[in-house]
Design a protein around this ligand. Structure first.
Ligand code: PGA
Length: 261
């Protein structure tokens, strides 16, 4: 069997509770014939939709995650949500360090590291997002930036926790309405840098860590991206927010990989 392909979407600050449930149910309906041994499908809705989502969707078909998390279990952290609270909802996937958290809300690598460790210590899967800015790319320091984000972000993580780490490479310049998607060649080059760095940190076991590409993934570039040897999945924003369109993107990407063999 081919390697498992990862497909996921972060719904950001979009969709009401009702719209989220409707989306998730349609997505499951559309994609349910695709074996979950072959794909890992995950959706990261807003906090306010999470509880209802856990009750109204069959999580054998879609994994649900949170968009952010505090590293403390409880305390004087107004506005934050703790791993204990997410656990209570039955959520065990958390995205950490999305570009908007880093660049709109000023989160640092040191904070991402606290979150990654808290997530892993609570047996969550931690989806750590990394990516260089346009300026960093222009100065030719993309590799160094990614290596720093990984080395700080994953500092102190035990080898036994490697199985619960996912990485998303999302260059900041590629994300959102004003983003330019990375070419498949560029993304592959950066994914190689990421994988090499992960092996440096954890040894060969790191090759099990899925590394997903995100940033203006769309129906036109998904196939070229997914066939790259170091790209294990696609983390999609806008192009995934209609269930039918995401289903189609997933199928086309998967078929392309299947037909390649
Ligand atoms: P986009 O978002 O696909 O809309 O560019 C990607 C992301 O922010 O993860």
């Amino acid at each position: 069997m081919n390697k498992k392909l990862y497909f996921g979407s972060n719904l950001k600050m979009y969709k009401s509770i009702k719209a989220t449930i409707d989306y998730l149910q349609r997505l499951i309906e559309n994609t349910k014939d695709i074996s979950r041994d072959e794909i890992e499908l995950f959706i990261i809705p807003s906090y306010t939709s999470l509880e209802s989502a856990t009750k109204n969707v069959d999580r054998n078909y879609v994994k649900l995650g949170a968009q952010n998390m505090c590293w403390e279990e409880e305390g004087q952290f107004t506005g934050e949500i703790s791993p204990v609270m997410l656990d209570e909802l039955g959520i065990n996937l958390v995205m950490i360090g999305h570009s908007e958290r880093r660049h709109v809300f000023g989160e640092t690598d040191v904070e991402e590291n606290l979150k990654v460790k808290a997530a892993l210590n609570h047996n969550f899967t931690a989806l750590l997002c990394i990516g260089e800015t346009e300026d960093e790319k222009r100065y030719g320091i993309s590799d160094e930036v990614l290596r720093t984000q990984l080395k700080v972000g994953l500092h102190g993580v035990a080898l036994s926790q490697v199985g619960n780490i996912w990485i998303a490479y999302e260059p900041v310049w590629s994300i959102g309405v004003n983003g330019t998607p990375a070419t498949a060649d560029y993304a592959e080059k950066m994914h190689k840098v990421i994988k090499e760095c992960l092996v440096e940190i954890f040894g060969e076991k790191a090759l099990e860590i899925p590394v997903l590409y995100g940033g203006s993934v769309n129906p036109n570039n998904a196939k070229d991206l997914i066939v790259q040897p170091s790209i294990d999945g696609l983390f999609v924003g806008r192009a995934a927010w209609q269930a039918e369109k995401f289903d189609q993107l997933i199928r086309e990407a998967k078929d392309t990989v299947d037909n390649q063999k």
